[in-house]
Design a protein around this ligand. Structure first.
Ligand code: GDP
Ligand code: IMO
Ligand code: MG
Length: 423
């Protein structure tokens, strides 16, 4: 039995939900540790498509305990909608636990997300406008409301009052927005609190005891490493830690309790939102990949920007997350697009760059160095054995493995549970 961390190793949407769902069948516990409902994790099971935002992706497996750790920011309304949606489809949520320390996304966070983005004008980040950044700001500013406060009626009232004194001033006087009514918020959120209270607990002893009891524990990453507040393409990032190191602070365990770190990559690269993207394809091939891979945001519906596989990013992911293996999803959408390119390094002012640069200024001067490989035209979505894949697919996967310097354990050839091929 082991503890496995599963993280997105690009800019998110690498197929983490699918991979977690596959691994959850063999897991006792699945834990979300960062982000909030900016995440959109898709699972296709038994002909039904589930889009999960806050609910850990182990929920479809009846025997799995699902934990929302203290690193997650929780929008109670969204979580209740997900709980109701699951229960309506006959999926029990009795195995869900929310850590008492997790911070709550309040309506003023959502408003401030929109207002601050609008104020940035052309320099906007392209956030999901779900209130993520403003909620984490309150957390680090030490004025945030946590799940334990939400379910404590007297404390909640006082905290809403104190917060609104400041927030309403910022909303009105800085941004010219509409202030919030204290009583309306208290009434609405007290109803959410009543319903969510049975799920709220201290999850840390449960997790610790599960690991000590040699149970199979899976940490479900959200977003991707290039959206990390420290290691990502700052400021075009999210406000949390999607890297493997974020798992410890987001769940309350120490690093010695982690056995494996699995990085999820796509066979190409995508990004939603603004910011640099060295291998971006702003042409017909990029459009073809978008259509073949249905690259439209799970949370916002925005078309995802598409580009070639970038091995500089993949190597950065391997190094900064101590990856022990890679799952390479979405190989199938590359079929029928002709020759395929891999970015093996960057070139900057005549110098070859192998390490992903720390500043946007350096990154802007980097030009991708490409290697061209043969493509394929066959439909590979029903193939179950790696050796039966067209030689060009096998060569593509092996070349990526070689460039990353990390074992690829499985590849994805379709969105379904049965569409991953183990290597
Ligand atoms: P996540 O945020 O990392 O969980 O990924 P998303 O769910 O946002 O986006 C991944 C999309 O690709 C979803 O629609 C998945 O159903 C789909 N998907 C996952 N793996 C594969 C694959 O190997 N091939 C294809 N064609 N689709 C896949
Ligand atoms: P999953 O878990 C892709 C992006 C947003 C924006 C930036 C900041 O599905 O992979 P935020 O709302 O977090 O303040 O937005 O981060 N972003 C994601 N992109 N997948 C995600 O999650 C994302 N979560 C946030 O598009 O560029
Ligand atoms: Mg997603």
């Amino acid at each position: 039995m082991s503890t496995k961390v599963v993280i997105g190793a690009q800019w998110g949407d690498e197929g983490k939900g699918k991979t977690i769902d596959i691994l959850a069948a063999k897991s006792d516990v699945v834990v979300r540790t960062s982000g909030g409902n900016n995440a959109g994790h898709t699972i296709e099971a038994d002909g039904i498509t589930y889009k999960l935002h806050l609910m850990p992706s182990g929920i479809l497996n009846p025997g799995t305990l699902n934990i929302i750790g203290m690193g997650v920011v929780v929008d109670p309304k969204v979580l209740l909608e997900e709980i109701d949606g699951m229960e309506c489809q006959g999926i029990s949520t009795k195995n869900l636990k929310i850590d008492a320390r997790a911070h709550v996304i309040m309506p003023y966070h959502i408003a401030l997300d929109g207002l601050s983005e609008a104020a940035r004008g052309k320099g906007d980040i392209g956030t999901t406008k779900k209130g993520i950044g403003p909620c984490y700001m309150d957390k680090t500013e030490r004025s945030g409301i946590r799940m334990c406060d939400l379910i404590n009626p007297e404390k909640f009232k006082t905290m809403v009052h104190e917060n609104l004194k400041i927030k309403n001033k910022i909303i009105e006087l800085v941004y010219g927005g509409t202030p919030f009514d204290e009583n309306e918020i208290i009434e609405e959120y007290s109803a959410y609190a009543k319903r969510l209270a049975p799920y709220v607990t201290d999850t840390t002893p449960i997790l610790y005891d599960s690991i000590k009891a040699q149970k199979e524990v899976l940490f479900e990453g959200a977003q991707g490493i290039l959206l990390d507040i420290d290691l990502g393409t700052y400021p075009y990032v999210t406000s949390s830690h999607p890297i493997s190191g974020g798992v410890c602070v987001g769940s309350g365990i120490g690093p010695t309790m982690i056995d494996e770190c699995i990085g999820i990559l796509k066979g190409y690269t995508t990004r939603v939102g603004n910011g640099p993207f060295p291998t971006e394809l702003d042409d017909e091939i990029g459009e073809k990949i978008r259509q073949n891979g249905h690259e439209f945001g799970t949370t916002t519906g925005r078309p995802r920007r598409t580009g070639w596989f970038d091995a500089v990013i993949a190597k950065y992911a391997v190094r900064t997350n101590s990856l022990t293996s890679i799952v390479l999803n979405k190989i199938d959408p590359l079929g029928g697009i002709g020759k395929i390119k891999i970015c093996t390094a960057y070139e900057r002012n005549g110098v070859l760059i192998n390490d992903f640069p720390p500043t946007l200024e350096e990154l802007a001067e980097c030009k991708p160095v490409y290697e061209e490989l043969d493509g394929w035209t066959e439909d590979i979505s029903d193939i179950k054995d790696f050796r039966l894949l067209p030689p060009a697919v096998q060569k593509y996967v092996h070349r990526i493995e070689e460039l990353c310097g990390c074992k690829i354990s499985s590849i994805g050839v379709g969105p379904g549970r049965d569409q991953n091929i183990d290597l």
